[in-house]
Design a protein around this ligand. Sequence first.
Ligand code: GDP
Length: 536
Amino acid sequence: MSQQVSTPVSATATKEIVRESARRRTFAVISHPDAGKSTLTEALALHARVIGTAGATNGKENRRETVSDWMQMEKDRGISISSTALQFAYRDTVINLLDTPGHADFSEDTYRVLAAVDCAVMLVDAAKGLETQTMKLFEVCRARNLPIITVINKWDRPGLDPLALMDEITERTGLEPMPLTWAVGIAGDFRGVWDLQKDEYVHFERQNSGASLAKEEHFSPEDALAREGDVWTDSLDEAELVIDGREFDRNKFLDAKATPILFSSAALNFGVKQILDALVDLAPSASAREDKDGGLRPVEAPFSGFVFKVQAGMNKAHRDHVAFIRVCSGIFERGMVVTHSNTGKTFATKYAQHLFGREREVIDQAYPGDVVGLVNASALRVGDSLYVEEPVEYPPIPFFSPEHFRVARSQDPSRYKQFRRGIDQLEHEGIIQVLRSDRRGDQAPVLAAVGPMQFEVVEDRMTQDFNAPMRYEQLSYSLARLTTADAAEKLSNVHGAEVLVRTDGAFVAVFNDVWALRRVEKNHPDISLTVIGTES
Ligand code: GDP
């Protein structure tokens, strides 16, 4: 049958896009290293039954290897550097979990991931409370007004008093805690949770290993009292102190004014299903996205998306370059010809993949909220927009204020060309920011990083991928501000300060420390100095 009238077809497509967008939950877990992010990621996947047995995907024994290790450095250090996207179906939703490297030193990449999600899960170690990296990431979420679900993890181990944790959350984040579940049993004696929505006691039974789901039993409050006695009533009393008669208010969560609270032990799979249910029931679905000019691009508009991450060298055998796109509207179909908003050029998306750790799958279709990895789309940079038919440009992803600065030099002057190409490429991938000045010359660019590990990645990649061994000279700067061209002259003789030019043409003033900055502010009130993006 040839149905040539386009309207009914597009009406069907519209319906499909709206339905699929409403099913998407795209989020990231923000946490301090060691709070249990990798463990929780696997526990969530286990619950969604993507991974039959956590820690034993495809028969691999090393849990770390199953999730997100690409680079040798990651393996050596046992930390994850690259962000990836894990997709799984749960109940009637499709969950996209974007991995954020937790290491404090590699945070710029993490921050960018937060531009691509609709919600964040803030994972807190019950024994440690809100740690530095959690707070930094929280600040980025706050700047983006992202709704945050808070999970108090490791409740199976001795930890802080739950009310003290709630106070800390209120004081340090300004978010009102709204318990969805409350731990029954003090930290270290995790028996189960009170599910406040269903008003029932969910008792968890420990399995021999974290590789299988914990057994859950549900009890009415009366039965819970009979079973747990004072431990049950203590739990109710505590939660009621926090709730203080207020109703659970989803809008406050969506407006980033309050945060739902859940308790878990990711290692024992306690309370993990409740986290998934909270994501499905409460977290925002993929919806209309604001463009650069403040207009809204509805999900049913033709395909569009933006690049939130670019990475090369993930697969030595393939030497590839992958641009990760968050789909914002329409249906992405592999092979479709898209326009790159920066250049106005079109290209075919032949090699579209879904990537998570070592796993790669060819993607044929993706909907708003999904992440697509475009292989060998080497013109794409972080922040670039792509579209079909109706042009759109999404807001740029902010630069993060660098705090570490080093001069890079080629070890072998005869390989300067390779050196230059490598530095340009790594900057293009967003691995490092590059600052230059006439005074320092082209041979000695200043590399600026949010965390010092970025320097190691650059050094490693320069040797491995560009055959351009390099060395560093330490600089004592630790602070940067955006400034204007005239500042270069005015600060040329000031100790502990210097003006450099970023590749996008922005003038960046760098300072030894906050005192050097204050001195300049005092002595040169005419110089404009503004904070760069988000200060980590
Ligand atoms: P990440 O750095 O945030 O990804 O943290 P990991 O998931 O690697 O966890 C750090 C350590 O804490 C590991 O030894 C985990 O086994 C352990 N861990 C994670 N979650 C829990 C938990 O809920 N309870 C206990 N007792 N240990 C946990």
